[in-house]
Write a protein that binds this ligand. Structure first.
Ligand code: AMP
Ligand code: GLY
Length: 428
């Protein structure tokens, strides 16, 4: 089987790595890819959101499967174009990707499918926003209704800051915001693979969205992740499949817009049970890096089965007992406009640390075979180990071998979990 992976981040580097390790996969092509992927895949300089170019590339290489990583091509209809050309595609249609592209659409589907989530109100004027903020009280949760690369949400105790973010979102053309009830409790990311009807859950992970230690500072795309979650209830995955994933997938099928791809369920584990914070229509980044680090079953067969409506026939997934931790190395000033063009050193010595490896995100080839920074999140350093403590030590030992001027990373990824300090408030 030949597979084309669309995207350029560490999530796609993890996907390419897992696909290349599947014995039924004989070639992986990445578009546009990055220098990390170039070591194991043929990288083609095609714009991920250009549906015609992606389809032509898939046809030219006669690939059997296209796997779409990021949200932008999904919302742009790239999966629709690929499928129309008769090529199997893992990734939802533009219609189905609205589960991520529109917070209000996601809320509507959740209501129809009776999925537990926080109360929310869609507002299109600042007066409505003010009223909703007062109705729900602090802490305030203000969400841009459209796509915002994980940066559209502000959670604050200050009414003025909430109003200011709402104004910025409303000022955009067709701008709308969702004001939401604050959900308390640890967050979990659970990805489920679906062929439009059947649901196969992956293993849960936890992400660190804020830029600084202790969950301070602005939201980012994600600064690190770990799996498994030793503190989570053993039946968490079953419960989320039963109450969230299956009802949502069934609702989308009933609407005539079946969801084929990864339904990313962002949850808060509140004292009243799991509540959906958000849906995404793709694998999460950086959670995918740790989830795939633990997947023992072949990935190519799984995604091909999802793309061709045959998930029911896939054997139960097998997971490693090992733990995985990933730490993101970000460029200076990320999540603001990042500084780029700096040489990255130490990449070649990382694998001296047992169980550690590097996935590339914002990198490009510089002169004389160097690798230089080219984006906000530059690298995702993964450590695997017998338990979280060992995986974490290895990830940070590897991070310590890399130098990138001006870069920063969080020092507390998986720390509370290792110390046994994460807990879900008892049910009432
Ligand atoms: P989202 O883009 O919807 O995932 O939101 C980004 C982050 O904002 C989430 O990971 C949470 O940390 C936080 N957040 C979003 N919605 C809520 C909520 N209703 N209550 C508490 N925190 C939230
Ligand atoms: N790490 C969260 C996301 O991919 O949106």
């Amino acid at each position: 089987m030949k597979v084309l992976v669309i995207g350029a981040g560490a999530r796609e580097h993890a996907l390419v790595t897992a696909l290349a390790a599947d014995p039924v996969v004989d070639a992986v092509i990445a578009a546009p890819g990055n220098p990390g992927m170039a070591a194991i895949a043929l990288c083609e300089p095609v714009e991920a959101t250009d549906a015609a170019a992606v389809t032509a590339l898939a046809a030219r290489h006669a690939v059997d499967l296209v796997v779409i990583g990021p949200e932008a091509p999904l919302v742009a209809g790239v999966a629709d174009a690929v499928r129309e050309a008769g090529i199997a595609c893992y990734g939802p249609s533009a219609e189905a990707a609205r589960l991520e592209g529109s917070k209000s659409f996601a809320k509507e589907v959740m209501a129809a499918a009776d999925v537990p989530t926080g109360m929310g109100r869609l507002c299109t004027s600042i007066e409505e926003v003010a009223e909703a903020l007062d109705a729900f009280g602090a802490p305030h949760v203000v969400k841009d209704d459209g796509l915002a690369a994980g940066k559209g949400v502000v959670v604050t105790d200050e009414r003025e800051a909430a109003l200011e973010h709402a104004r910025a979102c409303l000022d955009k053309e067709g701008g709308a915001v969702v004001i939401e009830e604050f959900l308390d409790g640890p967050e979990v990311s659970l990805f489920v693979v679906s062929d439009g009807h059947t649901v196969v859950p992956l293993t849960p992970a936890q992400d660190f969205k804020r830029v600084f230690d202790g969950d301070e500072g602005p939201n980012t795309g994600g600064m690190g992740a770990y799996s498994p979650l030793p503190w989570a209830a053993p039946d968490l995955v079953d419960e989320v499949v039963r109450r969230v994933a299956q009802p949502t997938i069934t609702e989308m099928a009933l609407r005539g817009t079946p969801f084929v791809g990864t339904l990313f369920i962002g949850l808060a584990l509140t004292s009243r049970g799991p509540r959906v914070i958000e849906f995404n229509a793709r694998f999460g980044d950086p959670e995918t890096q740790v989830v795939l680090a633990r997947l023992l079953s072949p990935l190519g067969g799984l995604l091909y089965a999802a793309a061709t409506g045959t998930l029911e026939q896939v054997p139960r997934l097998r997971w490693s007992d090992e733990a995985a931790v990933t730490v993101v190395i970000a460029a200076e000033n990320y999540p603001g406009t990042p500084r780029t063009g700096d040489v990255i050193e130490g990449l070649d010595v990382v694998e001296e640390v047992p169980g550690a490896y590097v996935l590339h995100a914002g990198t490009r080839f510089g002169e004389d075979g160097t690798i230089v920074s080219a984006g906000g999140r530059v690298l995702s350093v993964v450590g695997r180990g017998a338990d979280l403590a060992q995986a974490r030590e290895r990830a940070y030992a590897a991070v310590g071998r890399i130098t990138l001027d001006g870069s920063h990373h969080r020092a507390d990824i998986a720390l509370q979990a290792v110390r046994g300090e994460v807990s879900v408030a008892g049910s009432v």
